[in-house]
Structure formats: structure tokens, C-alpha cells
Design a protein around this ligand. Structure first.
Ligand code: NAD
Length: 419
């Protein structure tokens, strides 16, 4: 039921904006559902000799602006409804940052921690065999997402190239550097989030040193956001992962926390790294506590729907930078708005990953290496422009930032359809 709501909510948001834009009924009909949702079974021969069968999905929402584009996640929460919702968000995200891609999303319903490396490789290759005829450099280009990484992309691109009978690095992004991966791709989403944070800082004139941050999720996105925000001088006072988090009053160093997590396997016990353990300075917290902390900026960078109508009234942050996809439900958004909290929408804040994926796709097609500095510079410019457009429209029309971002993105897709 909750899963069903994720798609229905995303669809409802689209229809609201479509009505504001007075889109033709035919355009609304086409965009309110994905072009296709593929569901399939992937058998994996487990180490103990038994076969386990996992359910996989690939959803392709729209290719009006260019080939379908979107990540593949390995998580028990993956369902048809969730990939449908996320594929639609990808269409809006690519349109907002003005890159020539459409929207897609995929995944496998699996707890990857239950699989060893060989089983994970079989699952990844099995996924590609099932979607082979639907994907490709000019059709649909998958990338990493929750619990998938460059190694998984390397297995996938290798399987794709074998089936195709030719080396096809442009069929996937988020690949390891030696397989035509792009320098800067791994940190791009977190880096992009900090570009947005800096634009917010410029707009409201706050000082990084006096600005506190709480970040939920310390995976690819959360940890890179933390690293770049720390480098900019922001004070990170709380971090959390699935199994809980830490609060450090005087601020923590993300690099040291990463090292500690490597050693301990989780961040829960890492609040006293680099200092003497003292309950006055640090303590363990739950994910719920992190969301409700008194901070300037709250950064949900883990999973969707963590801020709901149940906890929205308890959120004390002044700003929210949505690094996860759909971390705020629409009911919660109304409550946050009434409280005067400014939310930077996911399709803007976390668009760094797909923007740099576009650069990686260009690099893989041309087989010509890009330098990291060039990648991050171009990324900053793209996101700064998108922020200015969203901010400008929100001021001009006196509407919130999400509405402005959706209006810009959906209008671009609809105009392309008309053409
Ligand atoms: P990841 O697998 O690297 O990390 C996920 C993190 O979230 C981990 O720290 C995990 O412990 C934590 N987590 C999982 N469930 C949680 C829960 N219930 N409560 C609190 N923490 C929880 O994934 P990622 O690539 O960092 O992606 C994080 C989010 O960002 C996802 O919503 C993803 O769709 C979105 N996103 C990722 C990218 C990208 O480039 N990786 C791009 C755009 C958006």
C-alpha cells in the first residue's frame, strides 16, 4: 500500500503541474504512466548449490528528450511501483538540468548483504541478460544507485558487451575508471549537492562556520556531500546510516568517520574519533532523532519517504537539501511549508549524478578522456544555472522551489513532445 502511494504521489504531483501548464490531454495521458515496465526473474546458483530466484525490474518512463536514463538499485524495497515513480522523477530531473536524456529506473528486490561476491556477480550479469534488448547507448543507459557501485557496473557492461559482440562502454555509466569510467563521477552527486548548498548560502548570506548540518545516509551520496561540505567549512554535527547514527556537538570530520566505519563496519560507535570520548561532545542517536535535530540544514541522503506527516511538525531545520529521491512526502511538504522551512527539491539537489553520467556517456562514446577539474567545473555551472532558473521562477511567481522546478522541467518535456 505504501509502495503504491509512492507512484500515485509522484503521478499526482505531475498532474497538478500539468493542469497549471494547461497541457493537452494527450500529453498528460502519455506522461502520467511510463512507456514500459519490465518485470523478470533472475535465477542465481548460490554457493550452497541451491538456486534462488530474484525479481528484477526496469521501468522506462520517457525518451522524449533522449535515451532513457536511470540507476539500478539492489534493495528489498524495490518494487514495480517504486521504479515507476523514480523513473518519472528521472525524466523531470534530466529536463531540469537540460541534458539530452529521458527517465528510467531499475532494480532487484534483494538484500545484497546476503550474497557473496560471486553470487552478486551472477545477479548483476543475470539482470543484463534479462534487459539486454531494451537497453543500449542510444536506448537506455543504466547507472549505479542504492547498493550498486562501479564494480557492479563493470560486470554489467562486460555482460552487455559480450551479448552485443562488441565493446560497448557507453551502455552504462558509473563504471570504474579503467573501463571508461569518468573521474569525478563517484563523488558527483554529493559534490552537486554542495554546489546547491553554496548557492543557498549566497542567497541567504549565512556563514559556513556558523551553519550546522545533519546528514542522513552515509553511502555514496551522504558521505561525499559530507566531505565537500566539510571542506567548505560547514559544521556537520550529525550523521546516520540504516542502523543508527552519531551526534557530535563540536562537529565531526567525515574522513575520520569513514575510516572508523571501515574498521567497525558501522558509524554507530564513531562519535569519538579524533577526540577523547566524552558524553558531552558526542553520543549515539537514531535515524528519527537525526531528522528532528535542531540544525540549520537537514540533508536526507538515504531513502525515500523519511519525512512524513507523522514527523514533519517536529523538523527544526531551516533548510532541507533533498539528496535522496523523494525523501519528503507531499503531505509532509505542506506541513514544512507552513513552518517556513525551505526545501531544495531532489530533482535539483541530486542532479549532479546524472549530469556527470551524461559527461561519462559522451566520454565513452568518443573514447576521449575528460579531466576531473573539467568535469566538476562543468557540473558546477550546470547546477548553478538550474538553481538560478528555479530560484528566479519561484520569486517571479511567488511559488515554492519544488513547484518552480517541476514547472520548468515538465514544460521542457511537453514542448519537446509538441515539436
Ligand atoms: P548507498 O547505497 O551508497 O547509501 C545508502 C545509505 O543510506 C547508506 O548509508 C545506508 O546505510 C543508508 N540507509 C539505507 N536505508 C536507510 C534508512 N532506512 N534510514 C537511514 N539510512 C538508511 O546509496 P546512495 O547512492 O548514496 O543513494 C542514496 C540516495 O540518493 C538514494 O535515494 C538514491 O536514489 C539517491 N541518489 C543517488 C545518486 C547516486 O549517484 N548514487 C544520484 C541521485 C540520487
Amino acid at each position: 500500500m505504501v509502495e503504491q502511494n509512492i507512484f500515485l504521489n509522484t503521478q499526482k504531483e505531475f498532474i497538478k503541474i500539468a493542469n497549471l501548464l494547461k497541457l493537452e490531454p494527450g500529453i498528460v495521458e502519455e506522461l502520467k504512466e511510463p512507456h514500459r515496465l519490465i518485470k523478470f526473474q533472475i535465477p542465481v546458483l548460490m554457493d550452497k548449490g541451491k538456486v534462488r530466484v530474484f525479481t528484477g525490474f526496469r521501468c522506462q518512463h520517457s525518451n522524449v528528450l533522449g535515451p532513457y536514463k536511470g540507476g539500478i538499485r539492489f534493495s528489498e524495497t524495490v518494487s514495480g511501483q517504486s521504479v515507476k515513480a523514480l523513473s518519472m522523477l528521472m525524466t523531470w530531473k534530466c529536463a531540469l538540468v537540460d541534458i539530452p536524456f529521458g527517465g528510467a529506473k531499475g532494480g532487484v528486490a534483494v538484500n545484497p548483504l546476503e550474497l557473496n561476491k560471486q553470487e552478486l556477480e551472477q545477479l548483476s550479469r543475470g539482470y543484463v541478460r534479462k534487459v539486454f534488448s531494451y537497453i543500449g547507448p542510444e536506448k537506455d543507459i543504466p547507472a549505479p544507485d542504492i547498493n550498486t557501485n562501479p564494480q557492479i557496473m563493470a560486470w554489467m557492461v562486460d555482460e552487455y558487451s559480450k551479448l552485443k559482440g562488441e565493446d560497448s562502454p557507453a551502455a552504462f555509466t558509473g563504471k570504474p575508471f579503467k573501463f571508461w569510467g569518468l573521474k569525478g563521477r563517484e563523488e558527483a552527486t554529493g559534490y552537486g549537492g554542495v554546489v546547491i548548498l553554496k548557492k543557498l548560502q549566497e542567497t541567504f548570506g549565512f556563514k559556513p562556520k556558523e551553519t550546522t548540518l545533519a546528514i542522513q545516509g552515509f553511502g555514496n551520496v551522504g558521505s561525499n556531500f559530507a566531505r565537500f561540505a566539510f571542506q567548505e567549512g560547514y559544521k556537520i554535527i550529525a550523521l546516520s546510516e540504516e542502523d543508527g547514527g552519531i551526534y557530535v556537538l563540536r562537529g565531526l570530520d567525515p574522513e575520520q568517520t569513514l575510516q572508523c566505519r571501515e574498521e567497525k563496519g558501522k558509524i554507530a560507535g564513531c562519535y569519538c574519533v579524533g577526540s577523547v570520548c566524552d558524553a558531552n561532545f558526542g553520543k549515539q542517536i537514531t535515524n528519527e532523532q537525526l531528522l528532528e535535530m535542531k540544525v540549520d540544514v537537514l540533508v536526507p541522503a538515504a531513502v525515500e519517504c523519511v519525512i512524513t506527516k507523522e514527523n514533519a511538525s517536529k523538523i527544526k531545520a531551516k533548510y532541507i537539501i533533498e539528496m535522496a529521491n523523494s525523501p519528503v512526502t507531499s503531505e509532509a511538504e505542506a506541513i514544512l511549508r507552513d513552518k517556513g522551512i525551505i526545501s531544495l527539491p531532489d530533482i535539483l539537489s541530486n542532479a549532479g549524478g546524472v549530469t556527470v553520467s551524461y559527461f561519462e556517456w559522451l566520454q565513452s562514446k568518443a573514447k576521449k578522456r575528460w579531466q576531473k577539474k573539467e568535469v566538476l567545473n562543468k557540473l558546477s555551472k550546470t547546477l548553478e544555472k538550474a538553481f538560478d532558473e528555479v530560484w528566479g521562477l519561484s520569486k517571479k511567481e511567488n511559488i515554492n522551489l519544488r513547484k518552480a522546478a517541476y514547472l520548468l522541467a515538465i514544460d521542457r518535456v511537453a514542448k519537446a513532445m509538441k515539436k
